[in-house]
Design a protein around this ligand. Sequence first.
Ligand code: OTU
Length: 649
Amino acid sequence: MSYAADSSICLERILASTDLSGLTKKDAKTFTQRLEVHFPRLFEHYTYVYGHQYDCYFHLQKLIEILRDGLKSRKPALKKIDNERLKSPLWYRDEQQVGMAFYVDLMGPTLNDLHDKIPYLKALGVTYVHLMPLYDAPQGDSDGGYAVSNYRKVNPVLGTVKDLEKLASSLQKEGINLVLDFVFNHTSDEHTWAKAALDGDKRYQNYYYLFDDRTIPDQYEETLREIFPQVRRGSFTFNEQIEKWVWTTFNSFQWDLNYSNPEVFNAITSEMLFLANIGSAALRLDALAFIWKEVGTNCENQEKAHVLIQAFNCCLQIVAPAVVFKSEAIVHPDEVLKYIDKEECQLSYNPLLMALLWNSLATRKTRLLTHSLKKSFAISNECTWVNYVRCHDDIGWTFDDAVASQLGINPFDHRYFLNQFYTGRFEGSFANGVPFAENPSNGDCRVCGSLASLCGLEGALKNDDAQGIDEAVKRMLLLYGVTFSIGGIPLLYSSDEIGKLNDYSYRQDESKKHDDRWVNRIAVNEEDTALALGQTAPSSKAEVASLRVFKGLQKMIETRKQYSVFGHAQTHILDADNQHCFVFMRENDGGEKLLVVCNFSEHKQQLQRSLLATLNCTSTTDLLSGETVSMEAAPLLLAPYQQLWLLAN
Ligand code: OTU
């Protein structure tokens, strides 16, 4: 019998014994209608993962009750947004979208203070705000909030759930979407589930991966990757209280949830719906690659991880269809692509673009960028990239080794070079980064640092080197310029917009000093915003540079919003006849065409003007300088680090 037939009988039975009397008539109707559309898929996914367990249908029935309760507690204002979004679901492809991610305490410092920061966000053109995890978490080290003790409680230092809801609706009124983290691979060891497990409750012990001895952990560890080898080796932590080994992919206080238990799927769905019902437009699926474990594999990107995420997506479609998923898979480019689908994650971080922009800046060469993006940039029309330059984490060099090898680049040596370059150990490097997660066994390493410090501003200011300062600012604008124009939602990382330098104060903080990612988690204070908004005049070379960065970004964002070709359009990555230049074309259904040409070197470059023929027009304007560029035969000239946004006239 086909799945479709099975699922309709199953749905009929479930509905016959599900009490919908607590729902309004309208909600009951909406609920059953949406179930008719989405239950077949949910059923297929759920039974694929849990069908072999004797109590699968019991849990499926319970899940439907959780969805019912989720819809019941969804506020009317959010239901209205659901209906609007159902009519125009692809809002995220729009050229108007510009994101920013920040920590509440580093920007607020409380949720209520953030209301006053809305003018700042608007001045920059931000329409999407990702608040870094703000849930209740252990005191001291909580992995920057990624160890959640209670999804339904805001960290009291930052405010309350009420404050968060209030902020969500204020942002919404200003046309700004709220994005929240859905940290569902693990909870903190202080979550009530973990506490019950520690008290010996078997039911909750089954929420996690606990082992009596090293036999099974040893089997898994043969093929696992170590995520934070500097802090702790391996992926398991021995817990004295219960005398068991706990699966902890990240820190020892972050316990991996056991998704082979359908009760965990249900419980987490309930938490997810709570977050959706706060009023978020998107949920960032943290560490989604790790949620399914399979012995003999690296336990990343497993098929069932995809099936589970699709099942979560079905649940969201039924209860909160306005909400979309953003994939945070910082993995091999081929694996990144597999999460991107209308029925899985509509949005995805673009770690390949991020890493290769930095690569091009270090090498002054663009062939790895060009070849890699030719292979991996195209995604479904119904989805979009979230393009970023820096974030709260380290930079991992996640390019495809096969593409590198084809170009004669030894991937291992090249990663070594990049780490040396960005940590300033390579002679002539402009960067001031900090090494992260250096693995003594295999030489792996990643890099931390702020945009400005990695682009050379820190060193240039120290040496009072005017040309160095100028180049650093240009590098920052070049990297962001690509994210604004290549296709997708650009996501600014707060403090980049005013080019702030590394903050080394974490080294004096006991709860932070072992985690160098804190070097790029930087406060944006009142002086910074006043300077950016022109309320105070710059009084140092550093401030002059900051202001240049802010104004430069502001101008590019403004420009992006004026032309629909920056929104939903095809992207063609082109071959440039100059190894220092990166070139791509955007083209939309309305016939608008944009050619973007970037110079990744500190020297002037030239390109054959015949490149402009791809625009198929008589003249073109560089939207950044406002200058008309002629189509005549002389070569096209680019100043150091210059980019051109050439619109066909
Ligand atoms: C994420 O990152 C968060 O961004 C980190 O801040 C957290 O520490 C971590 O999850 C745990 O919650 O390994 O080095 O895609 O790159 O999920 C960062 C795989 C990480 C990982 C990513 C993870």
